[in-house]
Design a protein around this ligand. Structure first.
Ligand code: NAP
Length: 346
């Protein structure tokens, strides 16, 4: 029996959900990734995926860093689910490609031939891969590939800039929600709040530091995991204090940060950073959990258990203007470029 789909449901992609019927695509087990598009959809010829850092780390650890097994796992997920939605981490990533066909009723304003990045998660994007991932060695987050993806009426996409290599634009756009969220929280916190970033030498971490500086934050603390990252972050000159601590060790994080800060931004790609972030944050302060490896029960119950009066925000991947803000920070900040470029393997 077919179920009538409303205009709102269609714009959100509910008509593409195979299982369980009626949920939104992000919550679905399986999507219909048929490349034939409806009148309000857009088909993208996919060139490259950027797997979410937490997802790639989980796959890599599960398969002992073996590129062939990681590749087979990604292929298996996409074939089974019709989308790249890691069942363990629940996270996806994003893609770039060329607009192939635009339905006559699509409101996205895209035109065939444009090079674009999807700014909605791979966890809700119908995806079909046609090359067996033969050009990917399985050893990096960026996946050169071929196939098709479908954007809905409510999806968002950005036309890729001409002045940056596509691998760089993809990496920056994947995490563009982090600097946008940081900027907003720093502005709202009022007079020059102090800010700590966990995972500060990573992609989202260094962009968040740069955004906090631009938003006129006070003391900026970058928390990194070892001396090598500390040296790189000091050379990038994005933080006032660079400290080394394992983000999963709450007491070590609190000791390293010292005087609790007004805002903490969690940008690591490993589980277990919730309690350290809460402990490093002053009463009345805010923690932004951008990491997809965050356990929200651990954050909420941990804060309660520590009697910590902190506001905790889920790092929303979407804030108006987030793509332009992140690309602009990348272009303007030599330190951000120095930290991100080595992480982007062509
Ligand atoms: P990234 O570039 O890999 O950066 C992560 C950083 O955390 C790296 O510098 C890493 O160090 C560091 N780190 C790992 N374990 C640590 C530990 N125990 N202690 C201290 N530092 C540690 O990752 P990214 O691309 O910025 O992504 C960061 C997070 O954002 C991921 O969890 C990802 O899922 C999430 N994300 C969220 C959204 C959203 O919409 N909310 C969108 C995209 C990504 P090493 O490099 O030495 O391992």
């Amino acid at each position: 029996m077919s179920v009538a789909i409303s205009a709102l449901q269609r714009s959100l992609g509910v008509h593409r959900v195979l299982e369980p019927v009626g949920v939104l695509p992000q919550a679905a087990q399986r999507l219909d990734a048929d490349p034939a598009i409806g009148p309000d959809e857009v088909r993208i010829a996919v060139h490259r995926l950027n797997l979410d850092a937490a997802s790639y780390r989980q796959l890599s650890e599960e398969h002992d860093g073996d590129g062939d097994r990681i590749r087979a796992a990604v292929l298996g997920i996409v074939e089974r689910r019709g989308k790249m939605h890691n069942p363990v981490t629940g996270s996806g990533g994003m893609l770039i490609g060329v607009v192939d066909e635009v339905g006559p009723d699509s409101p996205l304003g895209l035109e065939p031939g444009q090079r674009v990045a999807s700014l909605v998660s791979l966890t809700l994007t119908p995806l079909r891969l046609t090359d067996g991932l033969t050009r990917w060695d399985g050893r990096s987050e960026q996946v050169p590939t071929a196939g098709t993806a479908v954007l809905f009426a409510r999806s968002i996409a950005a036309v890729l800039p001409d002045d940056l290599p596509q691998e760089v634009a993809l990496a920056v756009l994947d995490v563009c929600g982090a600097p946008a969220a940081t900027e907003r929280v720093v502005h709202r916190a009022g007079r020059r709040p102090s800010v700590a970033v966990l995972g500060a030498a990573g992609k989202s971490g260094c962009l968040s530091l740069a955004a906090a500086r631009d938003a006129r934050a006070g003391r900026l603390v970058g928390v990194v995991r070892n001396d090598r990252e500390a040296e790189a972050l000091r050379a990038a000159a994005l933080a006032d204090d660079v400290v080394v601590a394992d983000a999963t060790d709450p007491l070590a994080v609190a000791a390293a940060v010292g005087t609790p800060v007004d805002v903490t931004v969690v940008c690591v790609d490993v589980p277990g950073a919730e309690h350290g972030a809460v402990l490093a944050t002053a009463d009345g302060g805010t923690v932004v959990f951008f990491s997809m490896a965050t356990s929200f029960p651990a954050a909420a119950l941990g804060a309660e258990g520590m009697a910590a009066d902190v506001t905790m925000l889920v790092g929303n991947g979407y804030t108006p203007g987030h793509a332009a803000l992140a690309l602009d920070l990348y272009r303007r900040s030599r330190g951000v470029r120095a930290l991100i470029e080595p992480r982007v393997r062509a």
